[in-house]
Write a protein of this length. Structure first.
Length: 235
């Protein structure tokens, strides 16, 4: 029953994302359409793989993210040209904190936080593609827009409130926690974009189709665990 309720939320969100993606690609050239839809389908698989891993048990989830985080660290080390040791040390600290979150929190809490982050990422992209006009951080990430960020916060918060039962939160508490998670997700995304800009690279790698690397896909999740802990303490 829990899985069915979670899938009802995620599949509804992805259906909305598909409609918005179709709208944004109506006049796009064929190569761009193929890339965007490949990215979209890969994202569906990634999100649900994490959900099923969490439901399969803590050891499965920790094992999955250990592989992900090691792959991300290897990508970071490979593309870093400046202060490589400093960046890798900071990344290692965030990775350890994330693994601690995965080991100590319930599967329901992990799924909740990940779904909010996934919704933020997805909605920020589709809203930015459809309505983005004003750049959010021109020097760090020219492609990100204020409209996209606001759309991401709205989407992530909406999913967080919808799934409030999963984390044992009231609606107001879920809204506050979701906003904290979305801000952390945006910060992680901008931090990764700043790293790429500093080192003159577009992508971290090509392991995940159309996603620019493992770290590019999971950068928003790195700070989300800490945001969840902060939100819990404040609540």
């Amino acid at each position: 029953m829990t899985l069915c309720r979670i899938l009802a939320v995620t599949l509804t969100a992805f259906a909305l994302g598909a409609l918005a993606t179709h709208r944004s690609l109506r006049n796009a050239p064929a190569p761009m359409r193929r890339e965007r839809w490949t990215k979209y389908l890969a994202y569906i698989l990634i999100v649900h793989a994490v959900i099923f891993a969490a439901l399969a048990g803590r050891y499965v989830l920790v094992a999955l993210f250990t592989v992900i985080l090691v792959a991300g660290g290897m990508e970071l080390w490979r593309v870093a040209r400046h202060a490589r040791v400093v960046w890798l040390t900071g990344y290692a600290a965030l990775a350890i904190a994330l693994l601690g979150f995965l080991r100590t929190e319930s599967a329901a809490a992990v799924i909740y936080v990940f779904c909010v982050v996934a919704a933020f990422d997805g909605f920020s992209q589709v809203v930015g593609n459809n309505f983005g006009r004003y750049q959010l951080a021109r020097r760090i990430s020219p492609g990100k827009t204020i409209e996209g960020a606001l759309g991401g916060v709205f989407g992530g918060t909406s999913i967080g409130v919808w799934l409030c039962w999963l984390a044992g939160l009231g609606r107001a508490e879920a809204m506050f926690a979701s906003i904290c998670i979305c801000v952390a997700a945006l910060s992680g995304d901008l931090l990764a974009s700043g790293f790429k800009r500093l080192n003159g690279v577009k992508d971290f790698g090509g392991l995940i189709p159309a996603h620019g690397g493992v770290l590019d896909r999971f950068d928003s999740f790195l700070l989300a665990a800490s945001a969840w802990w902060v939100a819990k303490l404040m609540l």
